[in-house]
Design a protein around this ligand. Structure first.
Ligand code: C5P
Length: 285
């Protein structure tokens, strides 16, 4: 087999607690990841020329060694002295630099795909070790789980055995938010921090969507809103249209709403489609 097609899904953060700034410059997090149905498609093709090549149909995705999927392939190729080359064709559906970890997911899909293809025999934990040097969000996608707790920089993953399926409307304004800039502008409070993960978890476990929606939270929200005060109106509009909870994902600008059903999600999308160009109905994957 010379061709392998893999799906590379996006994530949302249902909670994102920022605990402290670390000496290495990263922030210590406590987050709940949700894998969602919005996904890129990646076609891997092997060849004998030895090179790694990346192609992508999105103008803002680098098609060279800056691409995280390229870095993932280069890492395994070098570590295991693989001679074979690989073409990585990314068909983008996940908005770029949007708080949805599309690039990280692409890198994880390449790590997992090449592990199988090159018979490297790496387990999930070993692959997650490789993922760390690529980015904080890569490891989550290596675990076959819809929900996980992320700690450390976000790279320490504990899969959660939760069967709940959520429906969301996801709106991604066409604005770039730079993760580094958002974290740099964050002013951490020194007062006792609420454990938002443990507040939300029981509602997620027992599928209480109403209570879960009220417990969504993201510590980066004040920074995102200070950079783009107009997003406040986007959040309000989602609430005004019946969303039961609204939250930013990661460092933004993607905003997602929790809704009771697919039907409600579809009707909300219709309303927001006129104003925003990137509106998606997504569910837990
Ligand atoms: O790991 P990733 O490449 O996604 O991180 C991008 C930037 O976001 C980092 O260079 C850092 O400035 C910031 N970041 C952080 N704390 C984290 C994750 C990211 O400060 N836990």
């Amino acid at each position: 087999m010379d061709r392998l097609t893999v799906l590379s899904p996006a994530k949302l953060n249902l909670v994102l607690d920022v605990l402290k700034k670390r000496p290495d410059g990263f922030h210590e997090l406590r987050t709940i990841f949700e894998r969602i149905s919005l996904a890129d498609r990646i076609i891997l093709t092997r060849h004998t020329e030895g090179k790694i090549r990346v192609r992508c149909d999105h103008p803002h995705v680098p098609q060279d060694s800056r691409n995280l999927a390229f870095k993932a392939a280069a890492l395994l190729k070098e570590k295991f002295s693989i001679k074979e080359g690989i073409d990585i064709n990314i068909i983008k559906n996940i908005p770029v630099a949007a708080g949805l970890a599309g690039g990280s997911s692409n890198a994880a899909a390449v790590l997992a795909g090449l592990n199988r293809w090159w018979s490297l025999g790496l387990g999930t934990k070993e692959l997650a070790g490789c993922a760390q040097c690529l980015g904080s969000d890569v490891a989550f996608f290596l675990y076959d789980t819809p929900f996980a707790l992320g700690t450390g920089r976000g790279e320490l993953i504990k899969p959660l055995n939760i069967k709940t399926k959520l429906w969301h409307v996801l709106v991604t304004p066409r604005v770039k938010m730079y993760t580094k800039e958002v974290f740099t502008r964050l002013k951490l409070k020194l007062t006792n921090k609420k454990d938002n993960v443990n507040i939300l978890l029981p509602f997620l476990k027992n599928g209480n969507i109403q209570r879960l929606a009220g417990a969504l939270s993201n510590d980066l929200e004040p920074v995102i809103l200070s950079l783009r005060p107009d997003f406040f109106h986007l959040k309000k509009k989602l609430f005004d249209n019946g969303a039961i909870g609204v939250c930013f994902s990661g460092s933004g600008p993607s905003v997602f709403a929790c809704v009771q059903s697919q039907k409600h999600a579809l009707s909300l999308r219709e309303k927001f489609d006129k104003r925003y160009t990137q509106v998606f109905v997504v569910s837990t994957l």
